[in-house]
Design a protein around this ligand. Structure first.
Ligand code: ADP
Ligand code: MG
Length: 322
C-alpha cells in the first residue's frame, strides 16, 4: 500500500557526533540517508522530510559572533532560515540526483518554512534551550552589556572555563504557516523537505503580521504538526537508536516494540523517555495518534525499511489495534 509518510530525521542523518561538520562529511551522511529515502520512494510512498539543525545552527551562530568586526551578525530566526536552506539544499540535490539515476521522475523541493509559536508560552519565562558558543564568565558578562536581551546561563560545572551559554525559549509549535502549499505539493507527488530545525519560529505582532522570534522549536514536535496537517498515514521518527526503551541505561532496559497508544502514554508519564531527546519523540508520536494518525514509528535510519514493514522499531498505534 502506498502511504504518505512524514519522516523526522535526527542529527546523525546529517552529522555524526564525532565529526566536525565539514561540507564533505555532511554530504556523505546525507547520501547514506537519501539511499534509504530512495528505497521508500521505490515502494511508491510519498515522502515529506523534516530534519534537525542543532549542530549547523550552532556553528553558524559561532560564525556570526566571530565575524562581527567585519560583517553584522544575523539574528537567530535568520540563522534558522539559513540552515533550512543549507540542509534542504544538500538533501534536495542528493535525492534528486539519485532519483534521476533510478529514472524515477519525482521532483524534490525544500521549503523555507515558518512555524507559529506564542510569546505566552511558559518557556519564554524561563528559557531552557542552550544555543551557540560556550563562554567564560568574563565573555558572558561582556556579551550581556552589548546584548542585554540575552539570557545567559551556567550550563557546565564551575571547574570548566567556558561554562556559560546563551539559552532561548523552546516553545510549543502551534501551526505550520506554509502548510497549504506543502499539502498541495504532496498531493501533486512532489517530495517535500519542510519544517527544518523545527521550523523558523514566528509570532504574531500587534497587526497580526508574522515576525521571527529568538527561539528553537523541537523538530520532532514540529514534525508532528506537519504530519498531522498533511494527513500522513505514518509519522516516522528516525534517530540513532532502533527502539525507544524502558529502563533506559539500566541493566534491565528493554526495547518497546508494537504498542498501543495508552500503554505508551503510561510509560511516557512514568518518565522512561528523557526530556530533550527521546521524550519529545514519544510525545510527538502520541500527539500524532491523538489527532487521528494510525501509525507512529521510532527507529534508526538503517532499520527504517524493516520498520515500515512492521519488522523493527517502536510502533505506536491507536488503542484496540495493537
Ligand atoms: P536526534 O538527533 O535523533 O533527535 P536525540 O539525541 O535527541 O537524537 O535522541 C536520541 C537519543 O535519545 C538516543 O541516542 C538515546 O541516547 C536517548 N534516549 C533517552 N531516553 C531513551 C529511551 N528511553 N530509549 C532510547 N533512547 C533514549
Ligand atoms: Mg533530538
Amino acid at each position: 500500500m502506498r502511504k504518505v509518510i512524514v519522516i523526522a530525521l535526527g542529527g546523525n542523518a546529517i552529522k555524526q557526533a564525532d565529526e566536525k561538520g565539514t561540507a564533505e562529511e555532511q554530504r556523505a551522511n546525507v547520501a547514506t540517508t537519501c539511499e534509504q529515502l530512495v528505497s521508500m520512494l521505490k515502494y511508491g510512498h510519498r515522502l515529506v522530510i523534516t530534519h534537525g539543525n542543532g549542530p549547523q545552527a550552532g556553528n553558524l551562530l559561532i560564525q556570526q559572533e566571530a565575524g562581527v568586526a567585519e560583517v553584522p551578525a544575523q539574528p537567530m530566526d535568520v540563522v534558522g532560515s539559513m540552515t533550512q536552506g543549507q540542509i534542504g539544499y544538500m538533501f534536495q540535490q542528493t535525492l534528486q540526483n539519485m532519483l534521476w539515476d533510478e529514472r524515477i521522475p519525482l521532483p524534490v523541493v525544500s521549503v523555507v518554512n515558518q512555524v507559529l509559536v506564542s510569546e505566552d508560552d511558559p518557556d519564554y519565562q524561563d528559557p531552557s534551550k542552550p544555543v551557540g558558543p560556550f563562554y567564560t564568565k568574563e565573555e558572558a558578562e561582556k556579551i550581556k552589556v552589548g546584548r542585554p536581551e540575552y539570557v545567559i546561563k551556567e550550563v557546565k560545572p564551575e571547574n570548566v572555563e567556558k561554562r556559560f551559554r546563551r539559552v532561548v525559549p523552546s516553545p510549543e509549535p502551534i501551526r505550520n504557516i506554509e502548510y497549504l502549499a506543502i499539502r498541495k505539493m504532496v498531493d501533486d507527488g512532489i517530495v517535500v523537505i519542510a519544517s527544518g530545525g523545527g521550523g523558523i519560529p514566528v509570532v504574531y505582532d500587534e497587526r497580526k503580521h508574522l515576525k521571527g522570534t529568538a527561539a528553537v522549536i523541537d523538530k520532532d514536535k514540529a514534525g508532528e504538526v506537519l504530519a498531522t496537517v498533511v494527513g500522513a498515514d505514518i509519522f516516522l521518527v528516525l534517530t540513532d537508536v532502533a527502539h525507544a526503551k524502558i529502563n533506559f541505561g539500566q541493566p534491565d532496559e528493554k526495547d518497546v516494540g508494537r504498542i498501543a497508544y495508552s500503554e505508551m502514554k503510561k510509560l511516557s508519564e512514568e518518565g522512561h523517555f528523557k526530556a530533550g531527546s527521546m521524550g519529545p519523540k514519544v510525545l510527538a508520536c502520541l500527539r500524532f495518534i491523538e489527532w487521528g494518525g494510525q501509525t507512529a514509528i521510532i527507529t534508526s535510519l538503517d532499520k527504517a525499511i524493516a520498520a515500515l514493514m512492521g519488522q523493527a522499531g517502536t510502533r505506536i498505534v491507536p488503542d484496540g489495534t495493537a
